[in-house]
Design a protein around this ligand. Structure first.
Ligand code: NAP
Length: 441
């Protein structure tokens, strides 16, 4: 049997495991995750009100329950855990599907002020990631600025604009629900440095902003018109044209007087976060104009937008992995068709950068698995242990296997029932591990 470790149980890891067992009847896969819970960003990134995308967990579950796949949660690979060289001794091959664990930086003054957070930090908090801390995000805030116009920006904007009644039926953790229920944020400014025809969000996600109860989207037609494609978007590729059409539709609407307003802004480049008594008080943007080559140039004219909360949503970034090469420019591991070296592979965002939708990971995983299986005859000649768990324990890991994860799921259902809600996520390491080990929560 060929024994393979897949590091990471998000979509790219699960699709890699699936592709391996589908293509080779003689392969056994351990899917390792540093968390006791599987599914990566599907559990800890997809917004709680996106139940349809979250239901993808059912598909991922079926894969992880395959007889030749084993989930081992609570196993840290690399620094502070099982070193890359150690994993290579325990398995014939190791595939790293660890995603892009940090956020890109703006590199402008004031970025570190309290009240300015990466959107990924806010997402982790409302997704109950056990490493998340409550930064008091919405506490005391009336106006929020979201920098960036990708799908993460749309997610955080939407969560800020939703009322508690809409979030309560989701699995959002109780503390985040209570904080958002008490939120006094009335204005959310989602700001792009380029034009509406260059925004990265998808139309379905954008359109959703226009259908939120108690909120309205405001756009300034004069600002949109700075985009040469605005007057006649017919020459744009379909997805971009539809984005512009949705924004045009909103520009034509009179204000509805809804209690919360989403301001979709464009051609504003962040220049500085403004200090108001040691906390963020606003963002200074420079007005930009198209440069005719798809980018923008500054005009030297500035606009300040008041904000007690700033969420920087300018993309994720991969982090170096102990024992693997790393390209600091792209934040990815250099590879050829997923092969880093014979026996070591990558798939997902750490391979191709933080782009694409969940489904993009399927062909990406398939390509990596093809490379691995080409190498398999040579790799399988080496002796590896029948079961890696004792060695993983020797490295200090205490793996949470599938029954442990199922116990977490039951605890989350019990917690939900006790709060008069459906499933409610456990938000911290202690309660997750107690549930996994059969303790009480
Ligand atoms: P993204 O799509 O790459 O968007 C990043 C945004 O940040 C862009 O608007 C970009 O503008 C802007 N930006 C980058 N650097 C900036 C700077 N220095 N100053 C101002 N703006 C800056 O990243 P994302 O939103 O984090 O999403 C990551 C991936 O996850 C995407 O593939 C996304 O589709 C996916 N995702 C999907 C969903 C969903 O399907 N519902 C939900 C969440 C995430 P420029 O274009 O000008 O660089």
């Amino acid at each position: 049997m060929l024994r393979v470790a897949v590091v990471g149980s998000g979509p790219s890891g699960v699709y890699t495991a699936q592709s391996l067992v589908q293509q080779d009847p003689g392969v056994l896969v351990d899917v390792l995750d540093r968390l006791p819970c599987p599914y990566g960003l599907v559990r800890y990134g997809v917004a709680p009100d996106h139940e349809k995308i979250k239901s993808l967990q059912t598909t991922l579950r079926t894969v992880l329950e395959h007889e030749r796949i084993r989930f081992l949660g609570g196993v840290q690979a690399g620094a502070g855990g099982v070193p890359a060289a150690g994993l290579r001794e325990l398995y014939h091959a190791v595939v790293y599907c660890v995603g892009a664990a940090t956020d890109r930086r703006l590199g402008i003054p004031g970025e570190e002020l309290p009240g300015s957070w990466s959107a990924t930090r806010f997402v982790s908090w409302y997704s109950a990631h056990p490493d998340a801390v409550d930064d008091g995000f919405v506490r005391g805030a009336r106006s929020a600025v979201v920098i960036g116009v990708g799908n993460v920006a749309v997610d955080v904007t939407r969560v800020l604009a939703r009322g508690a009644a809409e979030l309560s039926p989701t699995d959002i953790p109780q503390a985040a629900l209570a904080a958002l229920a008490a939120s006094e944020v009335t204005d959310i400014h989602m700001v792009g440095r380029r034009g509406p025809s260059q925004a990265r969000f998808t139309t379905k996600e954008l359109r959703e902003l226009g259908g939120l109860p108690g909120a309205e989207v405001r756009v300034d037609p004069a600002e949109l018109a700075l985009d040469p494609a605005y007057a006649d978007p017919s020459g744009l590729p379909g997805a971009l044209r539809r984005n512009v059409e949705v924004l045009r539709g909103w520009a034509a609407l009179p204000p509805s007087g809804a209690p919360r307003r989403i301001h979709a802004r464009f051609f504003l480049r962040p220049a500085e976060l403004l200090d108001a008594g040691g906390r963020v008080g606003g963002v200074r943007f420079e007005r930009t104009v198209p440069d005719g080559h798809g980018s923008v140039t500054g005009t030297g004219t500035f606009e300040d937008i008041e904000a007690q909360l700033v969420l920087r949503s300018v993309g994720y970034r991969g982090v170096p992995l102990e024992g693997l090469p790393f390209d600091g420019t792209t934040g990815t591991v250099p590879h050829t068709a997923g092969r880093v070296a014979p026996g070591t592979y990558v798939a997902g965002w750490i391979k191709r950068g933080p782009t694409g939708v969940i489904g993009t990971n399927r062909p990406c995983a398939k390509e990596t698995v093809a490379s691995l299986l080409q190498d398999a005859p040579a790799l399988a000649r080496r002796q590896v242990p029948d079961d890696a768990v004792p060695a993983l324990r020797a490295y200090g890991a205490d793996p949470v296997e599938w029954p442990g994860w199922q116990a977490i799921e039951r605890a989350e259902a019990r917690l939900g029932a006790s709060l008069g809600r459906t499933v409610v996520k456990l938000p911290d390491w202690r309660s997750l591990l107690e549930a996994a080990r059969g303790g009480t929560v």
